[in-house]
Design a protein around this ligand. Sequence first.
Ligand SMILES: C[S@@+](CC[C@H](N)C(=O)[O-])C[C@H]1O[C@@H](n2cnc3c(N)ncnc32)[C@H](O)[C@@H]1O
Length: 315
Amino acid sequence: MTGVPPAELFGGEHAPVLRNAAIDSLAIRADGCYVDATFGRGGHAGEILGRLGEEGKLIGIDRDPEAAAAAAVLFDADPRARFVRARFSELGQHAPHASADGILFDLGVSSPQLDEARRGFSFLRDGPLDMRMDPDSGASAAEFLAHADEREIAGVIVRLGEERHAKRIARALVASRESGPIDTTGKLAGIVAAAVPGREPGRHPATRTFQALRIHVNDELGEIERALPQAVDALKPRGRLVVISFHSLEDRIVKRFMRSGSREDPAWAGLPEVPAAARPRLKLVGRATFADEAEVARNPRARSAVMRVAEKLSE
Ligand SMILES: C[S@@+](CC[C@H](N)C(=O)[O-])C[C@H]1O[C@@H](n2cnc3c(N)ncnc32)[C@H](O)[C@@H]1O
């Protein structure tokens, strides 16, 4: 019933990062119910499905229409699997309270999203400056750059790209749009490269700016903040939450969320009767996990991956 998604039909392949570690951390039971909140091209989902028996269930979520197309092929009318095209911040609508044995988030963009010039994510391939994971919703990067003021652009680039030349870059972008829209990835990359003094070896000067715009356009950090509490709510007691992040801004949110969820509310520390709402809801499982050298050699995207796991305690 499971198979390899025909990646060539849907914008190329995505090598799932930390696949075995993530699947082991979900501690899959053959009759369990699992949510893959970032279906992508189904690399992790296919592995989960392969470990489920006839009674098992899998819900795949992704906001990208091309992920939906890949899911239609991978799930191929498999009665155990269901795909929902949605933002994962809507997870609670698709996975009811205490219904899931495990939920996986493999954050960020998929390789096909980055590699396809027409999706407008990459400074390496010229294409329309879009960057939306869901091209049917919200403003594209080109629209943002056309309308935002210089301060707002600089704020996004410094906060989400940790780019020290953010003000200079924002000034150059605003000056450039006077003479025509910044509507291609090539044009944006060129303006940023010309505005940034000096060069960091091995890194394109527009890397941080592209990262910042992508995170902003997709509200990536807000999505994680809103989704994590819903994921805990959707887990059954002893259910597992597994999150793979790809940069420090994401990982910081995940780490803080899991840490604070695994501690008793300090206001009640030392008191004999702690109300349920102040008790920890999570238990941390192991430490942060990173890809090993062999995986990084095979898949350079894995270099920045960090996986964190928590288990839901009783309600
Ligand atoms: C790193 S890829 C996941 C790859 C997948 N694990 C695989 O093995 O093929 C991340 C996916 O999550 C999706 N995504 C990111 N943020 C999302 C959000 N807030 N809501 C729904 N999908 C999201 C992206 O569209 C992308 O397809």
